[in-house]
Design a protein around this ligand. Structure first.
Ligand SMILES: [Mg+2]
Length: 246
């Protein structure tokens, strides 16, 4: 397969280089277009108010000073002749579970691919230990091969790995996390205030079928996500409200 690979942790991240190697070992042609520095939590941001630069640093390996979504646009618009068979994003160092999906640049880049009807997968590692990244990359490449048997062009698969060994794979729904970000307020050396948004301690809503629960119990979580954000369950209710007042 022809695979386009990006991430939001930047091209120097062990997550993207191990995944690139694992996919190439399986015989895939892997084109990497990745940000030149960490761009975590940029979601689906596009750079529209300044020019972008792209530099080749290796065989089928490019870096840009843009966001993960910029990388996808440049790859499809400048580098690729025809669309790739699959867009892969990651492996992100850190989980992308529940409400994290809204902020994640890793998942954002994968979701963009579905706008072009290209199958896409976002991989994230919820563990901390660096030595587990190699087995995660191997497993991710295995899952790419498995999923390529039945490509799903209208959906992004958000796949999260806990630390190995894994108990199995669960197909899950996106959970909910209640975030109350800690805003740290300090003073710089010139006496000016600055603010730093922290993560706080998010609380997961208890639900047995979620990605959060699956990863918490040692399972690899696979969540299908689509980019149609319509709340279908509210359509009729809203139509009746607007019908009443019009
Ligand atoms: Mg990241």
């Amino acid at each position: 397969m022809r695979i386009l690979l990006t991430n939001d942790d930047g091209y120097l991240s062990a997550g993207i280089s191990l995944l690139r190697s694992a996919l190439r070992e399986k015989g895939h042609r892997v084109l990497v277009v990745a940000p030149d520095k960490e761009r975590s939590a940029v979601s689906k941001a596009l750079t529209l108010h300044r020019p972008l630069r792209m530099r080749k640093i290796g065989e089928d390996f490019y870096i840009t000073d843009g966001t993960p979504n910029d990388c996808i646009y440049l790859a499809l618009g400048v580098l690729e002749e025809g669309y790739p068979d699959l867009v892969v994003s990651g492996i992100n160092l850190g989980a992308n579970l529940g409400d994290d999906v809204i902020y994640s640049g890793t998942v954002g880049a994968a979701i963009l691919a579905t706008h072009f009807r290209i199958p896409s997968i976002a991989f994230s590692f919820a563990g901390k230990e660096v030595e587990s990244l190699s087995p995660v990359a191997e497993k991710a490449a295995e899952l790419v091969d498995l999923l390529s048997r039945k490509p799903l062009p209208d959906v992004t698969l958000n796949i999260n790995f806990p630390s190995p060994p894994w108990k199995g794979i669960r197909v899950t729904k996106m959970g909910r996390k209640k975030y109350r970000p800690e805003i740290i307020t300090r003073e710089d050396p010139r006496g000016e205030k600055y603010y730093w948004i922290g993560v706080g301690s998010p609380v997961a809503t208890p639900d047995s079928e979620t990605d959060i629960k699956a990863v918490g119990e040692g399972f690899i979580s696979v969540t299908p996500i689509h980019s149609d954000m319509t709340s279908y369950q509210h359509l009729e209710e809203l139509r009746s409200i607007f019908h009443e007042i019009s």
